[in-house]
Ligand binder design. Structure first.
Ligand code: NOJ
Length: 524
């Protein structure tokens, strides 16, 4: 059992629920069909009312948008499609005025090929910025320098540049050349970009594929089974050194900025090791995503196993995250197939130990958009989960829903029935469930800080039920999630527990049967 009760003051990000906004798809104030900063500012009351504590904006920096902002051409500039510096200042002031915090996406592993650093780097072999990226000679037979494959498009992770007769590394698109963090000038320049935003008041960062920066110059051939997974192969000590220095930078600011890292390592414990202090070392990331639940199907045994493993890996002083949806995966409402399951999953997300990350629109129960072939824009097939938020019910798949003009992607499949103006205020809606859960979490320290213990798989209401207990001092909360289409036996030891919340609006008391897909929060 992991005991979270302690005398240390709790850092804000442990108590927080963080809400991910994909700015292109959130709200469009300028009327060009792409969401923007002023659009987000116009929805701050909606977000404050929902009850989230911090917003993470997917990339807003200057970019040619080949990977929709994950290809940065200026780490200190805002892309004009999102607005101006003044718009940013208005947004951050509005966020802080409402007692929330703002995190920005920071993309340290690669820049855009349009970044002036890369333009210089590719201009000649002796350019001072040559070594800011990873350049190698082809092999004598003309093949790429190593066997690494790019994570997009199934092509080699090297592109040959005729002008200087060498190849550069890009783990993602050819337009996303990898930076060489083994060069101290690169590290200094990237630190500068962090300082720029911290000085402007941001409260932290989500660091994109951050374990990749640790590859240094060590980019030799990978074992055959790993050639398509350079992410797994770049879990190296150098990356941890870099993160310790980033942490020192963050900790030098008095407003407690934090960094959550995208560490796409699904093996046991690897992601947790990026917290640094978990094994008694120096601190690195404040939070490190563990995507095992995101990759786990909606089955009690599997989900409970994934969660217990995470708990083991992120035991104190570690602290886990919980993510069901983001801009890279089909929304969990679509993956799980029914609204009832998505409701049960919301209870799980907001009652397990750790910092939950919500993806904009999951509080409305939105499905993925259906994107016809002629509207596909993403190089990796992720358009569906990036469909725009429908603010109003009036509209069709392409237009309306509170957007001033046809947005860059079609709306979610259930936009009309799950638009914000339908959901907000309806006591039976997904939005009301999220609002209630967020309020409960704010009210009950035990849900935020308590220890967690999972019941043995067969020790709950049956093998289909996820069961765990949160404890803080004398406070005891039990959560039951029936992750099946069958009713389940109500556990006899919980006959007298008080029902604090149920996904079944008719439930008033403990007992009877746990309905299919019902989730309950009980106080002992
Ligand atoms: C992970 C991001 O989440 C994804 O959207 C992006 O395409 C890659 N990193 C490359 O930056």
């Amino acid at each position: 059992m992991t005991d979270s009760a302690g005398s240390e003051p709790t850092p804000w990000w442990r108590d927080a629920v963080i809400y991910q906004i994909y700015p292109r798809s959130f709200a469009d104030a300028s009327g060009d069909g792409v969401g923007d900063l002023a659009g987000i500012t116009s929805k701050l009351d909606y977000l404050a009312d929902l009850g989230v504590d911090a917003l993470w904006l997917s990339p807003i920096f200057t970019s040619p948008m080949r990977d929709f902002g994950y290809d940065v051409a200026d780490y200190c500039g805002i892309d004009p499609v999102f607005g101006t510096d003044d718009d940013f200042d208005d947004l951050i002031a509005g966020v802080h005025d409402r007692g929330m915090r703002l995190l920005l996406d920071w993309v340290p592993n690669h820049s855009s090929s349009d970044h002036p650093w890369f333009v210089e780097s590719r201009s000649s072999r002796d350019n001072p910025k040559r070594d800011w990226y990873v350049w190698r000679d082809r092999r004598s037979d003309g093949s790429p320098p190593t066997n690494w494959m790019s994570l997009f498009k199934g092509v080699p992770a090297w592109t040959h540049d005729e002008a200087t007769d060498q190849s550069y590394l890009h783990v993602f698109l050819a337009e996303q050349p990898d930076l060489n963090w083994a060069n101290p000038e690169v590290e200094a320049a990237m630190h500068e970009s962090l300082r720029h935003w911290l000085d402007r008041g941001v409260d932290g960062f989500r660091a994109d594929v951050v374990n990749l920066i640790g590859k240094g110059t060590d980019v030799d051939d990978l074992p055959e089974d790993l050639v398509t997974m350079p992410l797994l192969a770049t879990d190296r000590p150098f990356g941890h050194e870099l993160l310790r220095r980033i942490r020192t930078l963050l900790d030098s600011y008095p407003h407690e900025p934090m960094m959550v890292g995208e560490v796409y390592l699904l093996q046991a414990g690897e992601s947790a090791s990026y917290l640094g202090d978990i094994a008694g070392g120096a601190p690195e990331l404040n939070l490190s995503f563990d995507f095992r639940p995101l990759h786990t199907s909606w089955e009690a045994r599997r989900m409970q196993r994934a969660l217990s493993k995470m708990e083991g890996d992120f035991a104190e002083p570690g602290w886990p995250t919980f993510v069901l949806s983001n801009h890279d995966r089909s929304r969990h409402r679509t993956r799980y197939g029914t609204e009832a399951r998505a409701r049960a999953a919301a209870v799980l997300a907001l009652t397990v130990r750790g910092t939950p990350f919500l993806y904009a629109g999951e509080e409305l129960g939105l499905e993925d958009g259906v994107v016809p072939p002629d509207r596909v824009v993403d190089p990796d097939g992720r358009d569906g989960c990036r469909s725009p938020i429908p603010w109003t019910a009036d509209g069709d798949a392409e237009t309306g829903h509170g957007w001033p003009t046809r947005p860059w992607l079609p709306f979610p499949a259930n936009a009309t029935t799950h638009a914000a103006d339908v959901e907000v205020g309806d006591p039976g809606s997904m939005h009301s469930l999220y609002r209630d859960l967020l309020a409960l979490r704010h009210d009950l320290a035990v849900l935020r800080r308590g220890s967690i213990e999972f019941a043995a798989a067969d020790d709950g209401g049956g093998a289909d039920v996820i069961r765990f207990e949160r404890r803080l001092g004398d406070e005891r909360i039990v959560v039951l999630v029936n992750a099946s289409e069958r009713s389940a036996r109500w556990p006899t030891d919980l006959a007298d527990a008080a029902v604090l919340l149920s996904t079944d609006r008719d439930r008033r008391a403990s007992g009877g049967e746990l309905a299919p897909d019902e989730a309950v929060v009980l106080r002992l």
